[in-house]
Design a protein around this ligand. Sequence first.
Ligand code: ATP
Ligand code: MG
Ligand code: FE
Length: 338
Amino acid sequence: ALILGLESSCDETAAALVTSDGTIRAHKLARQEEAHRPYGGVVPEIAARAHVEMLGPLIEAALEEAGVTLADVDAIAATAGPGLIGGVMVGLVTGKALALAAGKPLVAVNHLEGHALSPRLGDRSLEFPYLLLLVSGGHCQLLLVEGVSRYRRLATTIDDAAGEAFDKTAKLLGLGFPGGPAVEKAAERGNPKAVPLPRPLVGSGEPHFSFAGLKSAVARAVNDYSAEDLAASFQQAVVDCLVDRTRLALAVTRPTALVVAGGVAANTAVRTALEALAAEHALPFVAPPLWLCTDNAAMIAWAGAERFAQGLTDPLDVPARPRWPLDPDAEKVRGAGV
Ligand code: ATP
Ligand code: MG
Ligand code: FE
């Protein structure tokens, strides 16, 4: 089957055509970094307007690149949440309109499910259940991915997400936006042992993450050290937290592989440390290519393909959900995070 995927939940607008055997026929993406840079963060209203302007042309370009028309598409998958409501509405309403006009089924995709299943698009041999560390600007979770629609959340952040911590630290260090790549670049010239920073929750039996204290410690040290040393020490502290919490999850699960996804998975220090942790447990380590780690539409089309293969399509009145946990049971018990 050929699936058209649409993504517009944050500050990337994207359209992709992906087949159910994992071939990416086309992927078109527009970033809005420049529009948000003056504000040091994503401005929802600016993002929504940009999605409105960009999505149509990107869909047309994707169809053209693949050499197909809407009539050749078997289903239309659109992110229906979680995310900024204005942006989510743009993509979902566009998906609904195309589905109605072309008479195609609609698949409403949870953006987190897109991230969670994206490693299977990158590596078709990856089998369920795998342990996924999802680390992005809005999320920091450990999920046992047991199958399509079957996610067990083992841990989430009790305050900031890992990417959010990178972004806030970059702001404190005057490194600009988006913060993750800027901090990583500055860290290359710094000493990761220079600044004594806390490792919140490391060693705790509670399977959660916390980064707010780390960011505050950076703020207190900002006048006493160079931006390079602060960046390197901060990055090392985040890596230590991610590894420690993931090790705890590996002690209570029997996954086929350790997988990392989300924008922070683009970080080389994070990838290297997780790869070593996986090796310690004799597990394969899977990290999607960098472009598939950050927000994109190929992962939404792919999640759509996996759902479509199981007959999981949605009615045209399916609502946009700005908050939409992947594991509702975890939500009931802990009540934290998205
Ligand atoms: P969501 O959380 O809803 O998936 P998002 O747009 O924040 O939304 P992504 O696009 O997956 O998620 O990731 C963006 C985040 O990843 C930002 O916080 C950014 O700073 C971080 N990031 C990107 N590259 C790097 C890097 N090299 N090192 C560390 N963090 C990075
Ligand atoms: Mg983004
Ligand atoms: Fe994302």
